[in-house]
Design a protein around this ligand. Structure first.
Ligand code: FAD
Length: 506
């Protein structure tokens, strides 16, 4: 049945606007004002046909594509960027799950139940309990699946910033999030599943704007408008909208253009609007996470020396500590925004300095974006010179912290014993750091055990699936560090497994 939406030529007003914005991956792509929203009509003919169309080539999209292919479907992955992987490709790749094989030898108590409870509580109980349950129960299986495909995780787990418990798995030796993307891409290459880059989805085609099945997508590729049919279904895996200032400040006006972001420029929200055009519901759109992870001088995520939280403290420009370094991410970013110049110094000893990407730390050092010195006194001198941090205050703060480590209790801010480790082994490090928009916890509402997209009445939109950061429901108001990788892999796989169960349309 033909849709009733207005269309006078092959190109809608939205095609033109979006097409201009997608003229290259380097361009910052913003979503359109709601006034231009219109459902895409059913085309007279389809240009191409696959069983499953996956939109987005991050963790969630590639996981869905592998699963859908392996269950027998023909699959295409579409991405508007010029490179594969979205935010996943630049992410740290920390992946949370209870994992007895790794945690027992480290004497760490854990279980899917504890992970479930901490995820819900960490998000102020605003996540969907059924969805969090599915996630916590399937997260370990996701690690094993990735390992089987070729991802190598470190033998030991740790607590990534804001994770609240030592269950973060790190593919650090192999390039972090990029290592997971490289493995998934290789798997798709071996299966001859096409990942089409510079191919922007500009609308989702449903039989009627607010009724019937989803039939496929409209794309803009090399200045051509094409319609791609999905005989079994469409999987939306377009990630978050952290880099989309117009879109994010619609929901959280305080996060305007003055805030930096850790995201790739193409982390934008237009596909959420297209899904809403055909009736999809969203939840938690104003739950937006800031991470204290942008360099003070350049405002870029890639320029920080990530120094961990155990042999490390956060110190403000007055040389004072101001927060428990293992607190929730919203507390870390909120307290940082309240410091002079909204900046803190991430101060660590060499054990922490070595944990995360020594190459990145060296690069940051070479560019003068962080500092190191063989002794604390010499580091204090540098910080006084460069940033006017009073050295006596700074040295007194480190001394007091070390004394509290020795006593086993952080009387000032309550950092947990497990993370309370001294800053005493040189060389010492300091990285001036700021908060930036990092993760958007809200998004499409999906059915927890199938990844089907729900409409505003809670009814399934037939043949429409979604996974990853484009969805809401797992993280509530505050995502635990390390919980997104698992969210994307678990629900990406689920979307791929369930979409193939649809009977192909003839
Ligand atoms: C710097 C950084 C570090 C992080 N580190 C961690 C970590 O250690 N642990 C953790 O749990 N989480 C981490 N996260 C969060 C986590 O990595 C992300 O939530 C996750 O990568 C999102 O994956 P995704 O598959 O949902 O989307 P993405 O990986 O962002 O992929 C979405 C893709 O969709 C494409 N797309 C968007 N719109 C369109 C369109 N209209 N047409 C076609 N394609 C489109 C985009 O181009 C993009 O390639 C980090 C995030 C960042 C930014």
């Amino acid at each position: 049945m033909m849709a009733k939406a207005k269309k006078t030529s092959g190109i809608t007003r939205r095609d033109v606007l979006t097409g201009a914005a997608v003229a290259g991956a380097a361009v910052v792509m913003t979503s359109l004002p709601l006034s231009s929203a219109e459902a895409v009509p059913v085309p007279q003919k389809w240009d191409q046909t696959f069983d499953v169309v996956v939109i987005g080539s991050g963790y969630a999209g590639l996981a869905a594509a592998v699963e859908a292919h392996d269950a027998g479907a023909s699959v295409v992955v579409l991405d508007k960027a010029a490179i594969v992987g979205g935010n996943s490709a630049i992410a740290s790749g920390g992946y949370n799950c209870a994992d007895p094989e790794r945690q027992k030898p480290q004497n760490i108590e854990d279980s899917p139940d504890l992970h479930y409870q901490q995820t819900l509580a960490g998000g102020d109980f605003r996540g969907d309990p059924a969805k969090v349950r599915y996630y916590a129960d399937h997260a370990l299986d996701g690690v094993h699946w990735l390992e089987k495909l070729g991802v190598v995780f470190e033998p030991k787990v740790y607590t990534i910033v804001g994770a609240l418990h030592p269950r973060s798995h790190d593919p650090i030796k192999n390039g972090r999030g990029g290592a997971i993307i490289a493995v998934l891409k290789k798997q798709l290459d071996q299966r001859k599943v096409q990942i089409r880059l510079n191919c922007a989805v500009t609308g989702i085609v449903r039989q009627e704007p607010l009724a019937g099945e989803v039939l496929g997508v409209q794309v803009k590729e090399k200045n051509n408008v094409l319609h791609i049919q999905a005989k079994r279904g469409v999987v939306i895996a377009t990630g978050g909208f952290g880099a989309d200032v117009a879109f994010r400040s619609k929901y959280a006006p305080q996060y305007d253009e003055k805030l930096p972001t850790t995201n790739v420029p193409w982390a934008t929200g237009e596909v959420l609007t297209y899904a809403q055009d055909i009736g999809a519901d969203v939840s938690g759109m104003d739950f937006i996470q800031l991470l204290v992870a942008c360099n003070y001088f350049t405002k870029k995520y890639g320029d920080i020396a990530n120094l961990g939280i155990d042999h490390a403290i956060f110190v403000n420009l007055n040389g004072k500590r101001f927060v428990a370094e293992d607190a929730r991410r919203d507390i870390l970013s909120g307290s940082t925004l309240a410091q002079p110049e909204k900046v803190y110094l991430w101060v660590a000893d060499d054990r922490a300095g070595k944990r995360y990407s020594p190459e990145r730390t060296k690069m940051s050092l070479d560019k003068g974006l962080c500092f190191t010195a063989p002794t604390l006194e010499e580091l204090a001198k540098i910080l006084e010179e460069k940033l006017k941090v009073p050295s006596a205050e700074f040295l007194a703060t480190v001394k007091r912290y070390n004394e509290m480590v020795a006593s086993g209790k952080d009387n000032d801010f309550g950092k947990k014993g497990i993370n309370l480790k001294a800053i005493e082994q040189g060389p010492f490090w300091a990285s001036p750091t700021q908060a930036g928009v990092h993760h958007t916890m809200g998004g499409l509402r999906t059915k927890p055990d199938t990844a089907q997209v729900l409409d505003r009445n809670g009814v399934i939109i037939p043949r429409l699936y979604a996974a990853g950061e484009v969805t809401g429901g797992v993280h509530g108001t505050n995502r635990l560090g390390g919980n997104a990788t698992g969210d994307c892999i678990v629900f990406g796989r689920l979307a791929g497994q369930t979409v193939v169960k649809e009977t192909p349309r003839t």
